[in-house]
Design a protein around this ligand. Structure first.
Ligand code: HEC
Ligand code: HEC
Length: 293
């Protein structure tokens, strides 16, 4: 009897530890505070439009044929099918009533207003590196977009992946605030790293994943299976791509490859976004990519 009690006691401790490890960790509110005034930063919607394009929010959340972020796009994964939710300004079906902090906490920490974890199909593990200033600018821009009352779709995700709490364990394993390219030599490369690793989520498509869905940083940008099941997403590592920085910058602006082919597949939406960036930002992304080792 004594031994039995021990065993169940240990089991309980194990459960308690697992629960603690998987408990949601929210965004530090200081991230959004302006150190000069000690108040919440004030967002600039115009600057936020560029952050929005660089972060590609519309590629997943815009409903076909409108500017409203009504959601609906399906994401097929090994774990089930998710649908991008409505993040328009609609107060009931969108995020019109959310505070700046609630939106930033979703986008940068993957945590909902009722403190559940989001699935990493929402690339918050990338956006966690976004600056507080870019986050509030982006949110100011979101608030200028139209409302849409289309309800978000329910997911088709099986057990145990439908238990959001388990995602906490996933985050402990795979979410990281470290840059993949630890050292950058110039301000341009630093900007490129920020555009690619914090906003652009290029790796979400171009880097392979391990069996649990974590990105293999050792194979950074070396191409991956297409989650939709058709074909592969190409490597954009310089060993394989062989394009000059200028070739890449032109492609991100116009969609033309060096041999005058045009961009296809899911990259079309990405180029729609990168074509809205400045020449300097496209050049910075290209400089980052050609110097990967
Ligand atoms: C690759 C696709 C993708 C991109 C890009 C993306 N999201 Fe999402 N987003 C999702 C998915 C999928 C969910 C739902 C996750 C879940 O339910 O666990 C989501 C959820 C959200 C939520 C929570 C909505 C709710 O009702 O709980 C917010 C807010 C949000 N996204 C904002 C953004 C912003 C802002 C950006 C750009 C910085 C962005 N998203 C970029 C796919 C995406
Ligand atoms: C939603 C998935 C997705 C994201 C995100 C994404 N890409 Fe791509 N990318 C693709 C696909 C698919 C192709 C192949 C396009 C084609 O077949 O024409 C591609 C092609 C490319 C190519 C040309 C490679 C070749 O051999 O033709 C470059 C360069 C590139 N992407 C850079 C980027 C950069 C930089 C980012 C981030 C700003 C990015 N991609 C984000 C899916 C993605």
């Amino acid at each position: 009897m004594g031994v039995g009690r021990w065993v169940s006691g240990l089991g309980l401790i194990g459960i308690a530890v697992a629960f603690y490890v998987t408990a949601p960790v929210s965004l530090d509110p200081e991230t959004l505070v302006d150190p000069a005034t000690d108040a919440l930063r004030i967002g600039d919607a115009e600057r936020g439009a560029t952050v929005f394009a660089a972060a590609g929010c519309g590629s997943c959340h815009a409903a076909e044929g409108t500017d409203a972020l009504a959601g609906g796009k399906a994401f097929v994964s090994d774990f089930g099918t998710f649908y991008a939710p409505n993040i328009s300004t609609d107060p009931q079906h969108g995020i019109g009533r959310w505070t700046v902090y609630e939106i930033a906490n979703a986008m940068m920490a993957g945590i909902s207003p009722d403190t559940a974890h989001y699935y990493p199909a929402f690339p918050y593990t990338t956006y966690s590196k976004m600056t507080g200033m870019d986050a509030v600018d982006l949110i100011a821009h979101l608030r200028t977009l139209p409302a849409d009352a289309t309800p978000s779709r329910d997911y088709d995700v099986g057990f145990p992946f439908n238990i959001r709490r388990l995602l906490g364990g996933w985050k402990v394993l795979f979410a990281s605030d470290d840059w993949v390219v630890a050292d950058v030599a110039t301000p341009e490369l630093e900007r490129g790293r920020y555009m690619v690793e914090a906003l652009g989520h290029c790796a979400e498509c171009h880097t392979p994943r391990n069996v649990l869905g974590g990105l293999e940083t050792d194979n950074w940008m070396r191409g991956a299976a297409n989650p939709s099941g058709d074909g592969r997403i190409p490597s954009i590592h310089p060993d394989d791509l062989g394009w000059s920085a200028q070739d890449i910058a032109i492609y991100l602006d116009s969609g033309f490859t060096p041999d005058f082919d045009t961009v296809g597949g899911e990259m079309v939406d990405v180029v729609d976004n990168t074509s809205q960036l400045t020449d300097d930002d496209r050049a910075a992304i290209a400089a980052y990519l050609v110097t990967l080792d």
